[in-house]
Write a protein that binds this ligand. Structure first.
Ligand code: ADP
Ligand code: XUL
Length: 504
């Protein structure tokens, strides 16, 4: 079966096309938002608003989908199933015209223009948004503190419930006009299906609205958030659901196979869990994309996160736990920029200076969630550091921070699967092996979210087993062993870093 996985991430839309019968990755393609669509004037795919607001535009995402399907034309007639990955928590707000517009899309249309009348809100608040503390406190008060037990996470600023409540409070008329609230993942799947499709229970768990025990909307959580919310939300179904055949729009305009199944979409982290071959407990994943995340499958019983991190659904069944760090690749990019080096030179600098000889520091260029604190350094302070301190010191401090918080979710880590854009950097990968004193494995491609979506499409539509998909696509292609002579150095550094955290 030929399956397409699409990953709509913060910075880009990427595609991975697999042939699950032959066990081959056929094609990869990526469209960078800021480079391909400069007219939206985004910074790396997003816009910074006042007071910790971060958002993007639904039109930008639709333009990227049209461009992607145009670029993939030579493969489209053979594609038998599609699934999509979306950056988690982001919400899309639509009015009553959506079903008609989706059903009547015509090949002479452009998605971004045809769907414009359907948006009841011109922006998509994204996961970087940190502007909803007030709404979180209000909802927590409404629920008397039971949110973690019900939904798997404390109320979080970036989660969909807080964003919906803020919209309802600030724009009550537009909220009333809104008939459909989608996640970015389910919105994109609806566009491909030509009709409204469900939210999957893995990504749905990142909303503070779904009851983890039932995988359905929770009336108390909905009530604490905003009025008449249930009527605006799609149904929730398992990620393994085939939602529809591809919409005629894609068949007629881009020669997509008319029998192509559109499978339910999911979030980037649940998809990455699949794409890293980490569906069973035991292997943990570090994803170094725009955000850095630490996650792993946890079986059928949610664990008590003690307020650190979250429980989401595992698309292959059961649950996964996750900790998300806001300071990921963009902080590393800022550090690299301050040295004037490119990544190839930066990689050499890191490998020659691991372990970093000086003291570590709090490596946060934007406000961080773990630990919860305001930014501690800026581009100016980085420029005043020597290149080793700016780049090696920042990345080593980030990894110590990761290890400190990861220990709250997983003890005795032996194997780490590394993914995301920065996983290509072998010096960073080796530093992770040394700091965690664990084996680091990488799969063939760095975009595990797109690969995971393609694998999910093959599983849902073609009944391909996880075993055979894992055998063909997620075997480790490289392995880095920890340098044991660095073990005690990093134990000491971790203790010193833990002291530093207490100063916040
Ligand atoms: P997302 O999926 O969140 O949009 P990606 O996983 O595609 O992000 O990662 C993009 C990031 O990868 C870029 O911001 C860039 O900083 C980082 N990156 C790419 N190559 C390297 C490298 N060799 N070393 C470190 N970081 C890199
Ligand atoms: C996870 C999170 C981010 C986004 C973007 O909770 O907010 O990882 O999914 O990657």
């Amino acid at each position: 079966m030929i399956s397409l996985g699409l990953d709509l991430s913060t910075q880009s839309l990427s595609a991975v096309l697999i042939d699950s019968t032959a066990g081959e990755i056929i094609h990869e393609h990526a469209i960078n938002f800021a480079e391909s669509f400069p007219e939206f004037e985004t910074e790396n795919g997003f816009i910074r608003g006042p007071k910790q607001e971060f958002y993007s535009y639904p039109q930008l995402y639709l333009k990227a989908i049209d461009k992607m399907m145009h670029d993939l034309q030579e493969f489209n007639p053979r594609i038998e199933s599609i699934s999509i990955s979306g950056h988690q928590h982001a919400s899309v707000y639509l009015n009553a015209s959506l079903p008609k517009i989706l059903a009547e899309l015509n090949q002479s249309d452009q998605l971004s223009e045809a769907l414009t009348p359907a948006f009841s809100r011109p922006i998509v608040p994204i996961w970087m948004d940190n502007s909803t503390t007030e709404e979180c406190l209000e909802m927590d008060k409404n629920l008397n503190g039971s949110v973690t037990e019900l939904s798997g996470s404390l109320y979080c600023e970036r989660f969909t419930a807080a964003q919906i409540r803020k919209f309802y409070k600030n724009s009550p008329e537009a909220y009333t006009e809104t008939q459909y609230i989608h996640l970015i993942s389910s919105f994109c799947a609806s566009v491909f299906a030509g009709k409204n499709v469900s939210i999957d229970s893995s990504d749905g768990a990142g909303m503070n609205l779904m009851n983890l025990a039932t995988s359905q909307w929770d009336d108390n959580l909905l009530e604490a958030c905003a009025p008449n919310l249930k009527a605006k939300l799609p149904n929730i179904e398992p990620a393994s659901t085939v939602a529809a055949k591809a919409s005629n729009y894609f068949v007629e305009k881009y020669s997509l196979n008319p029998n192509c199944d559109i499978c339910l979409s999911s979030g980037d982290n649940p998809n990455s869990l699949i794409g890293c071959g980490a569906t069973d407990p035991g292997t943990v994943v570090i994803s170094m994309g725009t955000s850095d995340t630490f996650f792993g499958a946890i079986g059928n019983e949610p664990i008590d996160t003690k307020g650190i991190g979250h429980i989401f659904g595992n698309p292959a069944g059961g649950f996964m736990s996750l900790i998300c760090f806001r300071n990921g690749s963009l902080s590393r990019e800022a550090a690299l920029k301050s040295t004037g080096l490119n990544w190839q030179e930066g990689e050499k600098l890191i490998s020659e200076n691991t372990p970093f000889k000086e003291s570590n520091y709090l490596p946060f260029i934007v406000d961080e969630m773990y630990p919860s604190c305001a930014a501690q350094i800026n581009e100016e302070s980085l420029s005043s550091f020597l290149p080793t301190k700016a780049l090696v010191g920042l990345i080593e401090s980030q990894i110590l921070n990761l290890r400190f918080f990861a220990a709250k979710h997983a003890k005795n880590i032996n194997t780490i699967r590394l993914t995301g854009g920065a996983s290509q950097n072998t010096a960073i990968a080796q530093m992770i092996a040394d700091v965690f004193q664990a084996k680091v494995e990488r799969i063939e491609i760095s975009n595990s979210a797109a690969l995971g979506s393609a694998m999910r499409a093959a599983n849902a539509s073609g009944q391909e087993s996880w075993d055979s998909l894992n055998k063909n696509f997620t075997a480790a292609k490289s392995q880095l062993l920890p340098n044991s002579s660095n073990a005690s150095i990093y134990e000491d550094k971790l203790k010193a870093y833990a002291h530093l955290l207490q100063t916040i």
